[in-house]
Design a binder for this molecule. Sequence first.
Ligand SMILES: *Cc1c(COP(=O)(O)O)cnc(C)c1O
Length: 229
Amino acid sequence: MLKENFNKVENHIQKICDRKGIDRSTVTLIAVSKTKPVEMLNEIYDAGCRDFGENKVQELADKYEVMPKDIRWHMIGHLQRNKVKYIIDKVSMIHSVDSLRLAETIEKEAAKKNCDIDILLEVNMAREESKYGVFPEDVYDLLEKISKFPHIHVKGLMTVAPYVDDPEDNRVVFEKMRKLSVDIESKKIDNIIMSVLSMGMTNDYEIALEEGADMVRVGTAIFGERNYH
Ligand SMILES: *Cc1c(COP(=O)(O)O)cnc(C)c1O
């Protein structure tokens, strides 16, 4: 059943790509597996999924231990500085960097483990009070500072768009993200590239892809609703 869900999302993405003239191989589907047991992750691993997203350090580290080693783990949730050390050498990308202090800690821990780390800056594009992320006008200053860190490579931007009934309402958010990323790219900051836009979830990944998303983070459409106890 999960395989069917996964294939359905895959097919949908292919269709959107065909319609918009996007090369499917440039789009990464991240299966957001938070709160779900490893048996479920293994089902879609067997269907070909290699990119998984988690939002809790402990859960990511636990799953990392028992799952196949060719998986690319994406940290997509708010990251506390004192927990960076538990995942720094396990994740392929941290999507949720939103402060200089967090970046400093990531740099320090990466240096200690002698590894390089790819990150995205999380942008609070819709300026929601309840959301993490930096405001778009603060992105430039932060990028300038992070660009000096030798172990950190900024690959792009991430956003969690507002929860809306009509996903069309988020088109403007995704559009602004793309414009921001193009503008940053044009500034040609050392060690900063803007090759990734991580945006779009179950409700709005179609719109996000149409507006230029390179990574979509899909949980519910693959694994079903989450139960939080
Ligand atoms: C949970 C989560 C998702 C996936 O949300 P769905 O609506 O279940 O697809 C994507 N991104 C982030 C940052 C999340 O925390």
